[in-house]
Design a binder for this molecule. Structure first.
Ligand code: 3H9
Length: 700
């Protein structure tokens, strides 16, 4: 046996079992082992048919993403797939679990494919900025036609067994012991000859060229101009499956795959994939999590209701506590609305809604939380209010229950200090809307016990969220970087850019909305209150842009007030630019004696991203984040940072740390009282001196 593969011969059937835990990802060793295994079974005269199966929870889920940054080493995956396709003995692929990417390409090399109910098939490469690069764009359309193939490859979404059978991707749906079934089938091949079991014609999808071309044209017409490069290459490759002989089609696909592999977008998307998984590696991961089945939520406002919905859909029991009946009813109504929307969209059956609702209790008495395993507090963002709630909870909760706060900025050490059990206190910072947003910042206070951290990560997994570990500081990881981003934008606005130009520049970079439209949406009063809270301790010598304060003073509190940085007339979907705001900004500049200068969109993007990366570096120096990629995950999943840019730390790595540090120094030198924002810290020098990138601190 070679590493990752074993061969079991029973009579005339050889079973090649792929065994490369946890997900049978196809790396170099496995590729080599597969080729050797096929050579061996082909050379063995006793073997007349072959089964290709996989041990563990899944069939290979694709090529090993971690190897993509390294120089390619033979045999390449397309060669392995061709080796299977060229095997002189019939090959039955016994599929199960997730048959994805390069894994599906392996399966397409086999003559016959069977899978049990529940198997998923897909080409997720597009989400990594890639295309299937081991024959997927050639074999799939040949087998199932261009329409179904393009649907799968362009969307990246997986299909189930029923659909796979319908389009002819698999030949039969089998029982759970799929390998045994495949062995039985293979031994019949061996005795009866494979003609007795005609598999789908591998070229069936080319039989109707008109429909094929129509599907390609329709897909091409749907490609939008701003899309990433991969989708257009996918359409080209699928078209090539019809137009070119197989070998030329494979070469065409390979060239496209290699171009995309070298693109910064794909590097960033692959970074994002690995970063999300790396975030779970925390020092407390080996602690035993506590059992959580019943959660209390204090506060039924937008956040509390959202958190409750999220907990309910993960199968937990929830008791929601509000201070009076009216507030409680409003919270429950909000949860009911979320449920209703899910039912209307077909994401929840009415019966499942009933079941979820039956796990929810409402109360106006904190005492109702006596039996819960965990409480998540989501009351007003005010330290005194939160400390009072925690002190009262301390008296109500049983020993061993966990106390979590959903604060987005406040000092959790101080909140924990209001209890007699600070080791049971943690921050669980959800993002709005909580049922949708995949990020959970887990804020570990000074005295938080390791098993509480492990429990928080466990809970995040159950909620389908990605948890990132953060330390206590004003704003933790995400809001702290957001503040730096907004400050950079404010400096630019005061220097001469309009908020509309800044929003447009950041949208063009890939954010779903610019910083000013986003502030309008969340309400300008929120950050205003925070600025007022911090005013007493602010260094008066530091540059401070008061335009946001002036807007609030003029009653322009954002979308909910009908006006903020934009105007929102009744019924308008998008905000409209407002000359009054521009006049207000001009007045602000005049007061400070600033002569506006022309600011390019390029400069806006460069400065905003530089400010984010610089704040990220500070967060790393202070130990608030464990690693740069955690910062990226927070910004990607919580703040709309474009995934194909990978996050601020990845963007800094791609830009080059030396160039970026010099730019930061330049900004600092030219911006006297604003230099504090730009001044790069010692970490930059340390990395640059050693020829390293932020990624070197990710700890792989
Ligand atoms: C491709 O195939 C290109 C080819 O067309 C052409 C080549 C020439 N590689 O997600 P999980 C690790 S592109 C390496 O937590 P789940 C993952 O990092 C590829 N490692 O589990 C984690 O490790 P750790 C196309 C991988 O149950 C562990 O496995 N395929 C890979 O929530 C468990 O993963 C894809 O894009 C990989 N490909 O979800 C599929 N996949 O524990 C990507 C996983 O050390 N994978 N790992 O942190 C997935 O979507 C999910 O992992 C999957 C399981 C749904 C399969």
């Amino acid at each position: 046996m070679t590493e990752g593969v074993r061969i079991e011969v029973t009579g005339p059937v050889a079973e090649i079992v792929i065994d490369n835990p946890p997900v049978n990802a196809i790396g170099r060793k496995l590729r080599l082992a597969l080729v050797e295994a096929f050579d061996a079974v082909e050379a063995d005269p006793a073997v007349q048919a072959v089964v290709l199966s996989a041990a563990g929870r899944t069939w290979p889920v694709g090529a090993d993403i971690r190897e993509f940054g390294l120089p390619p080493e033979a045999p390449l995956l397309p060669d392995v797939c061709n080796r299977i396709a060229d095997c002189e003995k019939p090959v039955v692929a016994a599929l199960h679990g997730n048959v994805l990417g390069g894994g599906l390409e392996l399966a397409l090399g086999a003559r016959y494919r069977i899978a049990p109910e529940g198997t998923r098939f897909g080409f997720p490469e597009v989400a990594l900025g890639l295309i299937p690069g081991a024959g997927g764009t050639q074999r799939l359309p040949r087998l199932v036609g261009a329409g179904p193939a393009l649907d799968m490859i362009l969307s990246g979404a997986a299909i189930g067994t029923e659909r796979a059978l319908e389009i002819g991707l698999i030949d039969a749906v089998g029982e759970n012991d799929i390998a045994a079934e495949a062995r039985a089938l293979a031994s019949e091949f061996a005795t009866l000859g494979q003609e007795a079991y005609p598999a789908h014609d591998a070229e069936r999808g080319l039989k109707d060229p008109v429909t094929f071309v129509e599907a390609v044209d329709a897909a091409r017409a749907r490609l939008r101009a701003e899309q990433l490069p991969a989708p257009a290459r996918i359409v080209d490759c699928v078209e090539a499956a019809l137009l070119l002989p197989f070998e030329s089609g494979m070469a065409f696909e390979r060239a496209a795959f290699e171009d995309l592999l070298a693109s910064p977008e794909s590097a960033a998307l692959r970074h994002a994939f690995l970063a999300e998984r790396r975030a779970a590696r925390v020092p407390e991961a080996s602690a035993t999590p506590r059992d959580i089945s019943h959660v209390g939520v204090v506060g039924g406002g937008m956040m509390g209701a959202g958190i409750t919905s999220s907990l309910l859909s993960a199968g937990l029991r929830v008791t929601l506590v509000e201070r009076d009946v009216d507030a409680l009813s409003a919270g429950l109504a909000q949860i009911a609305k979320t449920h209703e929307r899910a039912v209307a969209k077909g994401r929840l059956t009415p019966a499942a809604r009933g079941e979820e609702w039956s796990r929810l209790r409402g109360s106006t008495d904190l005492q109702a939380l006596a039996p819960v395993d965990l409480v998540i507090e989501a009351v007003t963002e005010d330290e005194e209010v939160k400390r009072e709630v925690f002190a009262r909870l301390d008296g109500v909760l049983r020993p061993g229950a966990i106390l979590a706060t959903n604060t987005s900025y406040l000092d959790i050490n101080r909140i924990a200090g209001a209890t007699q059990r600070p080791e049971d206190v943690i921050g669980l910072h959800f993002f709005a809307p909580a049922p949708v947003m995949r990020l959970l910042e887990v804020v570990v206070a000074e005295r938080t016990a390791p098993e509480i951290v492990a429990t928080a990560f466990d809970l995040a997994r159950r909620l389908g969220k990605v948890a990132v570990r953060a330390g206590v500081c004003d704003g933790f990881i995400g809001n702290r970087i957001l503040t730096a981003y907004r400050t950079a934008a404010d400096f630019l606005m005061e220097d001469g850019a309009s908020p509309y130009q800044i929003d447009a520049a950041m949208k063009a970079y890939g954010f779903p909305m610019g910083p000013y439209a986003a502030q309008d949406l969340s309400g300008l009063d929120i950050s205003w209150a925070r600025r007022k809270r911090l005013a007493a301790t602010r260094d008066p010598a530091r540059r401070y842009v008061a335009i946001g304060d002036h807007l609030c003073e003029a009653g322009r509190l954002g979308r909910k007030a009908g006006r903020g940085y934009y105007l929102y007339p009744e019924g308008a979907r998008d905000g409209q630019e407002d000359p009054e705001v521009l006049a207000l900004i001009s007045r602000g500049r005049l007061e400070k004696g600033i002569t506006p200068r022309r600011v390019s969109s390029e400069e806006i993007r460069a400065r905003c991203v530089a400010a984010m990366a610089n704040e990220g570096a500070r967060i790393l120096e202070e130990g608030v984040a464990l690693r740069p990629s955690d910062i990226d995950v927070v910004m990607l999943l919580g703040f709309g940072f474009p995934r194909h840019r990978g996050g601020p730390m990845q963007a800094a790595d791609q830009r080059g740390l030396l160039a970026l540090r010099n730019e930061l120094r330049g900004y600092a030198a030219a911006d006297g009282p604003g230099a504090w924002l730009w001044q790069p810290g010692a970490l930059w020098d340390e990395l640059i001196k050693n020829g390293k990138k932020f990624a070197s601190l990710n700890g792989d």
